[in-house]
Design a protein around this ligand. Structure first.
Ligand SMILES: [Zn+2]
Length: 119
């Protein structure tokens, strides 16, 4: 169950998953899709034994920052986020999800970006 509070996550973020504990900012309407999104992250964390997850996440975010030159676009394009956003609407995704599924999103850019880069 999410922990609703005033302080975590910082600033304008609505929810964050820290070692499998989900923190939700007070006043934010946390949806089922949000919960599935965070549970996908928990699965990714377990696969990487937690600490390495954060190292890989942050390292990829830095690479994406150089690639996209935008904090937000870098965030949305981290492979862990690509997987979580793409599948958060699927109720039974975690039941059928292959192990280490996030690695398939390392190279796969979202459809909109493929379209814009294809000129
Ligand atoms: Zn996320």
């Amino acid at each position: 169950m999410p922990i609703v509070n005033r302080y975590i996550p910082f600033r304008t973020f609505a929810a964050v998953n820290i070692f499998g504990l989900i923190f939700v900012k007070k006043g934010y309407k946390f949806t089922e899709a949000d919960l599935r999104h965070e549970l996908i992250h928990t699965r990714q964390m377990r696969e990487l034994l937690f600490i390495p997850f954060y190292i890989v996440y942050f390292g990829e975010w830095l690479v994406r920052l150089i690639q996209y030159r935008s904090l937000l676009r870098a965030y949305f394009n981290v492979s862990f986020e690509r997987e979580a956003y793409l599948h958060q609407a699927e109720r039974d995704y975690l039941k059928k999800r292959p192990l280490y599924a996030w690695r398939h999103y390392l190279r796969k850019a979202p459809a909109a970006q493929n379209a814009s880069s294809r000129r």
